[in-house]
Ligand binder design. Structure first.
Ligand SMILES: [Zn+2]
Length: 85
């Protein structure tokens, strides 16, 4: 594992199944931060073509972190119904 993590490719391999094949996609993700529910749309991600694991780049992860912690103004605000399974 440690050896592989040093590889410089952006998405060298899936950390779940070890596959090296990914397809690019954009996702929406829901977050709950301090009892506030947030939805972030259009997050770029790589999807593992074998197991479906979603992989975000470090830049993307950082940008999403800034967004959900209120550094960015939301494009719109909607009310959301929340259900428990
Ligand atoms: Zn995988």
């Amino acid at each position: 594992m440690g050896e592989r993590a040093k590889r410089s490719e952006k998405y060298a391999l899936c950390h779940v199944c070890g596959s090296t094949e990914f397809s690019h996609s954009v996702l929406r993700e829901a977050f709950e931060i301090e009892r506030k529910h947030l939805l972030v749309k259009n997050i770029p991600a790589e999807i593992c073509s074998r197991c479906g694991e979603r992989i975000f780049s470090r830049e993307t992860t950082e940008k999403v972190r800034l967004i959900v912690h209120g550094k960015t103004k939301p494009v719109k605000s909607v009310s959301m119904d929340v259900f428990a399974y």
